[in-house]
Design a binder for this molecule. Structure first.
Ligand code: GLN
Length: 479
């Protein structure tokens, strides 16, 4: 039995019945990684030893009795390098664990000793902006896995990980999950602590699960959710048992279908796959109706003003003094300049410049403040729809995975790949992407389900029902 192929809940059951051991799971994964990761590049290679012996880190030995989890390179893991796949954080070994890592260890889930590949500082939609080279989509190695959590999505999809954590600022969990044919959930803002997540845009970032099925997603959310005194934006609303929301029943559920999402730019093949999925939910007892989110067209520009403004401020701390890489220089200022010049990649520099510009005197009111106002309007659009509907369904991305290199030269084109995921972060909502079909070229398509803040249970209910009545999540890439 190839253990690496199983889901976490299947392995947990086997462990309980003493049909396998933590050691066997780890060995099975290690063999799989050695076999295929040179093709996928889903894990970060910091050294040869690092690839050869992916140790598992856990609080103590009694905790290593369960299923290891793979973690994106921007979530701090004590004693294990965390570099955001950026040269400027090269060699950064955090002295502490992020709260999610602490919670996982306390729950007995060991941390896999290899971090997953990502776009530098989570800037991107394709995992091409990584100092460790691009990750390849297991369904077609010439295609991107999506991003920025492309490494996490690819390793789960290719069975090189049992489950994984990603982060989502504008779609970075859901879009790669869609491109790789796995489940990815962006929790409500404040549901999961951001303490120890290296910040991109603090008012948008959330950590969340990338898994092989909806049940694993709920199990992982049960572990990582909850209030954290170390994160002043985490919420102390009760965390329900998400496993209880895994019911096979959507009778009476009212689905809103935003008309602004089904317009030009949406690949007709993706469109018909999504419509089929909605019809499936209807045959299972849900109802659907067209709704309007009138400020949708402003989401991408508003996001790129707010996200880059916050990023330029968050990245100011990387100056060669406190963390990772330092370049030379005769004076302090020269050292700062050279470190940042050599340490940041192209996309990071682009965003720092853009963000610093919109925050600067004379432009702040015209750009940043204005964007904040439109953000409120976008949120109000959702509030209005959720008065009458239980959830909203959209495609996760307007297209399936694109070719590596296809959009790197055109940042604006790249930014548009997040057109369906960004509003969720601006409004602080929870949303999940689940597999719902394949294009004729054999690339996965994701269905995005959105709910009211702190109603992840609705996502689990609808997603689980769909999954129970479809086979898409069982398909595996032939890598
Ligand atoms: N692709 C979006 C961006 O480039 C979102 C990234 C993310 O969610 N981290 O900003």
């Amino acid at each position: 039995m190839e253990l690496y192929k199983l889901t976490a809940h299947e392995l947990i059951k086997k462990l309980k019945n003493k049909e396998t051991s933590a050691q066997e799971i780890l060995s099975s994964l290690t063999i799989r990684i050695k076999e295929i990761d040179s093709k996928v590049n889903g894990y970060v290679r910091r050294s040869k030893e690092n690839m050869d012996s992916p140790l598992v880190r856990s609080e103590n030995d009694s905790h290593s009795g369960t299923v290891p989890i793979s973690v994106k390179d921007n979530i701090c893991t004590e004693g294990l390098n965390t570099e955001c796949c950026s040269k400027i954080l090269g060699g950064f070994n955090p002295p502490y664990d992020a709260t999610v890592i602490k919670k996982l260890k306390e729950a007995g889930m060991p941390i896999f000793g290899l971090k997953t590949n990502m776009d530098e500082f989570a800037f991107g939609s394709s995992t091409e902006n990584s100092s460790f080279g691009p990750t390849h989509n297991p369904w077609n190695l010439e295609c991107v896995p999506g991003g920025s959590s492309g490494g996490s999505a690819a390793v789960v999809s290719a069975d090189e990980a049992i489950w994984a954590l990603g982060s989502d600022t504008g779609g970075s969990i859901r879009q790669p999950a869609a491109f790789c044919g796995v489940v990815g959930l962006k929790p409500t803002y404040g549901r999961v602590s951001r303490y120890g997540l290296i910040a991109f845009a603090s008012s948008l970032d959330q950590i969340g699960p990338i898994t092989k099925d909806v049940e694993d997603c709920a199990l992982l959310m049960n572990i990582i959710s909850g209030y954290d005194p170390n994160d002043s934006t985490s919420s102390d609303t009760d965390v329900p048992d998400y496993a209880k929301a895994l019911v096979n029943d959507v009778k009476g559920i009212k689905i809103g279908i935003p008309k602004e999402y089904f317009v030009q730019g949406l690949d007709p093949e993706v469109k018909s796959i999504i419509e089929e999925a909605i019809n499936k939910l209807k045959t299972l007892g849900a109802s659907s109706k067209e709704v309007s989110l009138p400020h949708t067209q402003y989401a991408v520009p508003v996001y790129y003003i707010i996200a880059t403004a916050e990023a330029s401020s968050n990245l100011a701390r990387f100056d060669g003094v406190q963390y990772g890489f330092r370049s030379g220089g005769l004076t302090l200022i020269e050292m700062y300049k050279k470190t940042r010049q050599e340490g940041f990649g192209e996309e990071a520099k682009r965003r720092i410049i853009l963000g610093a510009f919109s925050l600067s005197h004379g432009y702040y009111d015209a750009y940043y403040l204005r964007a904040l106002k439109v953000r409120t309007l976008i949120k109000q659009d959702f509030d209005a729809v959720f008065k009458d509907f239980d959830c909203i369904i959209t495609p996760t991305s307007p297209t399936a995975a694109f070719k590596i290199g296809e959009k790197v030269a055109d940042p604006l084109k790249m930014y548009l790949s997040d057109i369906y995921t960004i509003s969720v972060n601006l409004a602080g909502l929870p949303a999940v992407s689940i597999p719902c079909g394949f294009t004729k070229k054999g690339l996965p398509v994701g269905l995005q389900i959105l709910a009211k803040p702190f109603n992840e249970e609705m996502l689990f209910r609808v997603a689980h029902t769909y999954e129970e009545n479809s086979e898409w999540h069982k398909m595996k890439p032939k890598v």
